[in-house]
Design a protein around this ligand. Structure first.
Ligand code: ATP
Ligand code: MG
Length: 268
């Protein structure tokens, strides 16, 4: 198994969903059975994969709040080997509902445990906050992938995210590691993009993925067609970059070695 990867950054609009959707699709196209879980009430990953939330009965909300089996929420997509657990607007209510639940931190982890081994990769598209939903993703995951937009304030808030990852790995999920930082929306025409990329690399070294995602109109257009970029324009620079990133993630996951098998015994 390649791992359970939370795609997280509490900063909004940095490319989390674009990365989650297109990386998941690229992994699936490389014959890796992949599950994408949408835990953002904006439901951008859901619509971005063409799933009409109005037509699905069970979404991540019913799974986390009402205890519906995760398996019941799994939907197929236009890409072979890629499944998604959709979200809807309803998920905004999950924060309060989780607050009332004991051991709310494990709501997703408990649901994922019996299903995860059926997949090579599980990706979780997180909301732009360090909310209870994001903590659930960090507890369920064993790896965190952080998209970072190549802009002036890119690293602002990053230490808070890293502190949260450290806190979760200390107290709730010792398996959790910061797996990678991926630079997104890189603009070859600007010095700023190059400067930001160089600064992030000098700060974080090998944690930063070699693959850089360029600014690409095709990546921004694809969600309006409800498809990953590969079904919109496979020859675009954005498609090429996410294919390259998928190869790097497969390599990194293999190099990181086997994951600790999560025990069947419950936490607590
Ligand atoms: P949120 O925090 O709201 O969930 P996010 O971090 O998931 O946002 P995205 O939705 O992936 O970010 O991207 C924000 C916007 O930037 C979207 O309109 C998306 O289409 C666009 N975008 C993302 N990556 C790229 C890229 N490499 N090139 C061009 N546009 C991009
Ligand atoms: Mg998003």
């Amino acid at each position: 198994m390649g791992g359970i990867i939370a795609v997280a950054n509490q900063k909004g609009g940095v490319g989390k969903t674009t990365t989650a959707v297109n990386l998941a699709a690229a992994l699936a196209m490389a014959q890796r059975k992949t599950l994408l879980i949408d835990i953002d009430s904006q439901a951008n990953a859901t619509s971005g994969l063409g799933v009409d939330a109005a037509e699905v009965e069970t979404t991540i909300y019913q799974v986390l709040v009402e205890g519906a089996p995760l398996r019941d929420a799994v939907c197929e997509t236009a890409i072979k080997h890629l499944h998604i657990v959709p979200a809807t607007r309803e998920l905004t209510g999950a924060e309060i509902a989780l607050e009332r639940r004991s051991e709310w931190e494990y709501a997703l982890a408990d649901q994922l445990r019996p299903l995860a081994h059926e997949y090579d990769f599980v990706l979780i598209d997180c909301p732009p906050s360090l909310s209870r939903l994001t903590v659930n993703a960090l507890v369920a995951a064993d790896r965190v992938l952080v998209p970072l937009q190549c802009e002036y304030y890119a690293m602002e808030g990053l230490s808070q995210l890293i502190d949260t990852v450290a806190a979760v790995s200390e107290s709730l999920n010792p398996d959790l590691v910061l797996f990678g930082i991926v630079l997104t929306m890189f603009d070859v025409r600007t010095n700023l993009s190059r400067q930001v990329a160089a600064e992030v690399r000098s700060h974080f070294g090998d944690v930063v993925c070699e693959t850089v995602i360029p600014r690409s109109v095709r990546l921004a257009e694809a969600p309006s067609h409800g498809v990953p970029v590969f079904l919109h324009d496979i020859r675009s620079s954005g498609a090429g970059a996410y294919l390259e990133l998928s190869r790097e993630i497969i390599r990194r996951a293999a190099a990181a070695g086997p994951l600790a098998a999560k025990g069947e015994t419950a936490h607590g």
